[in-house]
Design a protein around this ligand. Sequence first.
Ligand code: HSE
Length: 435
Amino acid sequence: METVSVALIGLGTIGTGVAKILLEHSDVLVSAAGRQVVLAKICDKDITTNRGITLPSEIMTTDIDSVANDKSISVVIELIGGLEPARTFVLKMLRAGKNVITANKALIAQHGQELFDTARGCGRTIAFEAAVCGGIPILGTLMTSLQANRVKSIHAIVNGTCNFILSQMEENGTNYNDAVKEAQRLGYAEANPAMDVDGTDSVQKLTILSQLAFGMTVDWKSIPRTGIEAVDAIDFRYARELGYKIKLLAVADASSNDIELHVSPTLVRKTDPLSRVSDAFNAVRVIGDCVGPVFFHGLGAGRMPTASAIVGDLIDTVLGRTAITAGALQLWNENKREAKRKDPNEFYGKSYLRMLVDDQPGVVHNISGVLGKHKISIASMIQHETTEPKQNGKPPVFLIIATHKSREGDMLEAINEMENISSVHGKVVRMRVLD
Ligand code: HSE
């Protein structure tokens, strides 16, 4: 039987999971790939720490060139994460004639064009299913089964850490910092969890989804993003009163001519399946013009779900399926037609506003005056009596305003003006509300 030799670069949480599948599921791989898939080398800067798995010492190396120069290795799995040295290593492997598999969304989002141009130039492929939503086969589905469609929209929970934190806060009343620590302990969070909670990880994944859904190369830094840092326990209570839950949503909306892209904490109706996605689960709803809505749900982070996607890519690569699909789609090809993005000021949607205000005559009048001036209509308003400490000698209260749809530019100007009203204390916390 033919043998395919594979190397693994990076033996962290995910790398260990991949090694485990390659060593323990060899029968599954033989029947799926029709050949023996052999883990020939594992390269990491630390090959002495016990990872709780028995690995043959002769395949362990700290020397990246020994992987590049080994002609018997045809596929390399990059799992070191981050931009460098991952970028240099991937380019080196492609130039050495190896196909690459990666779970590195930051690398693909930042250097997609360079990597795919190099792969095309070398006649090699890059597979990256695990880069978005871990175990959920969303990228492959967009690249194959949904190709008949014009994608109208994508609404997605793509960061397991944020979903875990928000779920813990909502369901168990856990405080924010404890929930972050628990997400790290469970292996969901990035090495630097700031990239999860500030929305960076989500915009990078949205960039990749946009490339596949719309053939659109987007600079991830240009996508408007708000993280979950300002979401407070009190917001879950008010959202519940209004009939919503709070989720960090990545949105690509192509229902008008131009595509609207953003990541932000969003109130999602309790009846919407996205609101029922709990813990570290991810979900993606794609609406295609032919298929209508399709909904994907599963674990988007963690060792074995992510390793499952990587080994799926490995089988596709060995069988040559990746080369066919990537070749047809011309991913990150600068000569491809560019879809048009909507100016963020022209986004149009509902908002939730939370502000701490003095409880005295005329305050709501002043606030609604600012909203009215900017053509923003109030849909609901909540104020409860409070036992909060006094500010400026007056007892402050939370004022919650849910608005009808408005233009983003008007909403941002209105928030700025409201924050300058003397009876409004601190920042106005704004979240989007999904229609
Ligand atoms: N840190 C990511 C998350 C996992 O929490 O979803 C890998 O993308």
